[in-house]
Design a protein around this ligand. Structure first.
Ligand code: NAD
Length: 348
């Protein structure tokens, strides 16, 4: 474990197995320096336990950085349930998962991630109070996507200001990859400001709906990288900036809501070297976790969420400016700031 390539001084890595329900889960707590660790639960049919462990280690570290950059009193953690989210769910499984969370005594708060629904979390909530992302209850924060999308929209404007000298998106051409929850709301904001949209998705119904209401042009999935656009906004998958796609991009800005956009760490410097301004994903997409944090605080307040979102966009601007001043890759600058915030909390 301590030699694992994805291990980063995690405070705790907990394995749970419940034979009766079939639960196999890993909860990785990367850091609680800033507050209890928070991060979603992913249910995925990994090929091996090693893959599940790698995901838990990597994603929990990412949550420490995301929460630190969003200025939240939360550390970083993540849970993975090893199983098929289409066929492997049961009430018993999520009850066992709830008991597992509860056994950590509040050092980790869970919420939805890939493969997990608010209904699943509602079952988890029968066993533990350390759960958020619910759509019922006094402090319930509901779907985080509209806030994530608003943050991404404002982050795109902040990036445009640095890349083009103006934050206006009127007349700018923007390629949006993925028009699901985040991408769909994002397209509405962009179209309202007068941007020309080029969109892609593998869901034809979603594409048609977004195109009809925004006037976006639709292209095939693989063609999105070759479009002659000002901005490329990934809002679907991870690892979309890679050695194969990077040479194809014509955009001057990459800014979108998808997690883990860079396939390998070297892409950070490669984007800079190509003169493309990259808005680090875990900074620009922090709106959703801000929304969840409001629920964890016990009293959801829209004003508090909007205040935190304003600060997040300022922080993104600081990252982009420092990167420019030092000619440093933007992800590297963001990680340095996140690690400094965590280290400061640790020492105080
Ligand atoms: P979603 O499932 O609603 O949307 C993703 C969309 O991508 C879907 O419409 C899907 O059909 C499409 N897609 C899948 N494969 C594709 C491909 N090859 N080419 C084009 N489109 C493809 O998910 P979401 O909640 O909108 O999240 C989108 C991304 O943003 C994810 O990476 C997620 O981790 C990240 N994110 C989401 C939130 C949030 O609040 N929902 C917060 C932070 C980060």
């Amino acid at each position: 474990m301590f030699d694992h390539p994805s291990f980063d001084g995690h405070e705790g890595v907990h394995m749970f197995e419940d034979a009766a329900s079939g639960l196999k889960a890993i909860i990785a707590v990367h850091s609680t320096a800033l507050g209890p660790a928070a991060g979603g639960c992913r249910m995925w049919n990994y090929d091996t336990g090693e893959e599940a462990l790698r995901d838990a280690l990597r994603l929990s570290k990412g949550m420490s950085f995301k929460n630190a950059m969003a200025g939240l009193p939360l550390g970083g953690g993540k849970a993975v349930i090893w199983g098929n989210s289409k066929t492997g769910k049961s009430k018993e499984l999520f009850e066992a998962f709830g008991r597992a969370i509860n056994s950590l005594n509040g050092s980790y708060y869970t919420a939805e991630d890939v493969g997990i629904s608010p209904q699943d979390m509602q079952i988890v909530a029968t066993q533990t109070e350390y759960v958020a992302g619910l759509d019922q209850g006094d402090a319930a924060s509901g779907d985080p996507s509209p806030i994530t999308a608003l943050g991404v929209y404002r982050g795109i404007k902040a990036s445009a200001k640095r890349a083009f000298g103006s934050d206006s998106l009127e007349g700018r051409t923007i390629a949006v990859q993925g028009v699901g929850h985040v991408g769909g709301y994002l397209c509405d904001h962009l179209a309202e400001e007068g941007a020309h949209l080029i969109i892609t998705d593998i869901d034809q119904d979603l594409l048609k709906a977004v195109s009809e209401r925004t006037g976006a042009k639709i292209v095939a999935s693989d063609e999105i990288y070759d479009q002659d656009v000002d901005i490329f906004s990934p809002n679907a998958l991870g690892a979309v900036i890679n050695p194969e796609t990077l040479p194809r991009l014509k955009a001057k800005v990459v800014a979108g809501g998808a997690n883990n956009q860079l396939a390998i760490a070297e892409m950070d410097a490669a984007l800079r070297d190509r003169g493309i301004l990259y808005a680090p994903d875990y900074v620009i997409n922090g709106g959703g976790i801000i929304n969840v944090a409001a629920e964890i605080s016990g009293a959801y307040s829209r004003n508090w969420v909007m205040g935190k979102l304003n600060i997040l966009i300022e922080t993104l601007g600081e990252v982009l400016d420092e990167a420019k001043d030092r000619n440093a890759p933007t992800n590297e600058v963001a990680e340095k700031i996140a690690r400094a915030r965590i280290a400061e909390a640790q020492s105080s």
